[in-house]
Write a protein that binds this ligand. Structure first.
Ligand SMILES: C[C@@H]1O/C(=N\OC(=O)Nc2ccccc2)[C@@H](O)[C@H](O)[C@@H]1O
Length: 473
């Protein structure tokens, strides 16, 4: 009798515990992702084909360039207001000196066009709360600086005129707004943050209404508890913005679900139109992107997005930047390079040089970057494959020529290479030496390969047998 009752107690206990555990795993989320898999509309297809983009961080922080009284801030220059050696009064009055005498949005847009970027993400308001457009909802804007110009409008108009799509960076975290909260611990916190959420909605509405050419919003400053506790609000706000601006593209850094998860909701689905977590890092393999759209945002120096008087450590060469671009496109993403204009509105000479050199390469080789996707072929040491979307063309972007000058090519299953030639010499077919069932060597003509270059592989179905067919022979 005792044994039986003990058994029934244990059984009841285990049912209770498993019930509680399963209660923590939500079956259906109210405020999680509303779509599984990639967006399939034309706006997102355009975004997917960009290949290369430009990021621009510009604002009051640019005045300091990471330095104050001869001392350098040991962090990202656009965070200098948070430096313990920066008296708030000094930073918060600095906007009265913001007067970029050499700012010329058309020049910026032409440099970007020459570089070959297809989209730009521009800082409308960074964490410091200073607005580069004349917002009606705060005095802390460009309208009350000596500059007075509507910088956002000039950038949107100039880049759009050059055929470069514009995305607006917006920081939710706003150090200047007294209603901003890092966390919601008290009733007062919640009352203030309700005001802050309304302020945020109003500013985003005015950005989309005043700059309707905008293709998307790049959100930042959404990692604090106050925002993570506002999952329902972020969901409602995202749906409101997309209703206000059909086709709008918003990445995964915006939303939180009702459990405070960001980027990926409690059921493991990405919230947002693309993964926005690849910041200064690139996925190693295609598996790492989990079938999502994504882009990588990258600084030229090791870190730091706003103008920095001194670039600490290593800054990337043009070839490194081209290789990162090829690497991102080869894994189905876009590569976005950041520029930090100086307070006067001009760029550092290193940035101008990189834009020029990258542009010279892109002018010749952009077929392997624009409207290309993951090819699914086995990666080889010589470089990266990209595949032209909706065409039987695979590109080899070659960075490392082996001493043998033989480049190994192993097409994906049931794909044959019909023809191979240098992108710059389509009339001269390259010889393909069959190695075994599924690989070939392309023998490069003897030459000095000083620059990365592209080989075009025209493909067709057939050829390589499947494993079970092989087994029969
Ligand atoms: C693009 C950068 O974005 C930021 N922060 O990004 C992140 O916090 N990134 C992040 C954090 C954790 C994981 C992955 C990315 C900003 O603070 C910075 O000033 C710059 O605007």
């Amino acid at each position: 009798k005792n044994k039986r009752s003990l058994k029934s107690i244990l059984l009841a206990g285990s049912l209770l515990i498993s019930g509680l555990l399963s209660a923590q795993q939500p079956k259906v989320l109210q405020h999680g992702a509303h779509r599984v898999g990639k967006r399939t509309d034309v706006e997102m297809a355009t975004w997917r084909g960009y290949g290369m983009g430009q990021f621009i961080h510009w604002g009051v922080y640019s005045l300091f360039g990471g330095e104050l009284n001869g001392n350098y801030y040991n962090g990202a220059a656009e965070w200098i207001r948070s430096w313990k050696d920066m008296p708030n009064g000094v930073y918060d009055s600095a906007y009265k000196q913001f007067n970029p005498s050499s700012f010329d949005a058309t020049q910026w847009a032409k440099m970007a066009k020459q570089m070959g970027v297809r989209y730009v993400t521009f800082t409308t308001k960074h964490h410091d709360g200073f607005c580069l457009w004349p917002s009606k909802y705060t005095d802390y804007t460009i309208a009350n600086s000596p500059c007075k110009k509507d910088i956002v409008k000039q950038v949107v108009d100039a880049y759009t005129k050059e055929g470069i799509d514009v995305y607006l960076y917006f920081s939710i975290m706003d150090w200047h707004n007294p209603d901003w909260r890092y966390d919601l611990k008290t009733k007062e916190d919640s009352v203030a943050f309700e005001r802050f959420k309304l302020f945020t909605k109003k500013q985003l509405t005015e950005l989309l209404q005043q700059y309707p050419q905008t293709k998307g919003l790049w959100f930042d400053g959404t990692w604090d508890n106050s925002w993570k506790k506002s999952g329902a609000f972020t969901d409602t706000l995202e749906q409101y913005l997309k209703t206000l601006h059909p086709g709008l593209i918003i990445g995964s850094r915006f939303r939180a679900d009702e459990f405070g998860n960001r980027h990926v909701d409690a059921t493991g689905v990405l919230m947002g139109d693309y993964e926005q977590g690849w910041e200064r890092k690139i996925p190693k393999t295609y598996a790492d992107v989990h079938g999502n759209d994504w882009d990588c945002v990258m600084t030229i120096p090791e870190n730091g997005w706003g103008y920095q008087k001194k670039w600490l450590g290593h800054w990337k060469t043009t070839n490194e930047i081209l290789e990162m671009t090829a690497q991102c496109v080869s894994l189905g993403g876009n590569f976005v390079l950041n520029f930090g204009p100086k307070p006067d509105g001009t760029f550092r000479p290193e940035e101008v040089e990189i834009a020029k050199e990258a542009g010279e390469w892109m002018k010749i080789n952009n077929a392997a970057i624009y409207n290309c996707e993951y090819a699914g072929w086995e990666k080889q040491d010589w470089g990266y494959y990209t595949k032209k979307t909706n065409e039987n063309k695979v590109y080899m972007i070659v960075f490392n020529v082996p001493v043998s000058r033989s480049l190994k090519v192993k097409p994906s299953k049931n794909t044959l290479v019909d023809k191979a030639y240098l992108l710059t010499a389509p009339g001269k077919t390259l010889s393909l030496e069959k190695l075994d069932y599924d690989a070939s060597f392309i023998q490069l003509p003897s030459a000095q390969y000083k620059q990365p270059f592209v080989i075009v592989l025209e493909t067709k179905e057939g050829g390589e047998k499947s494993d079970e067919q092989k087994a029969k022979t």
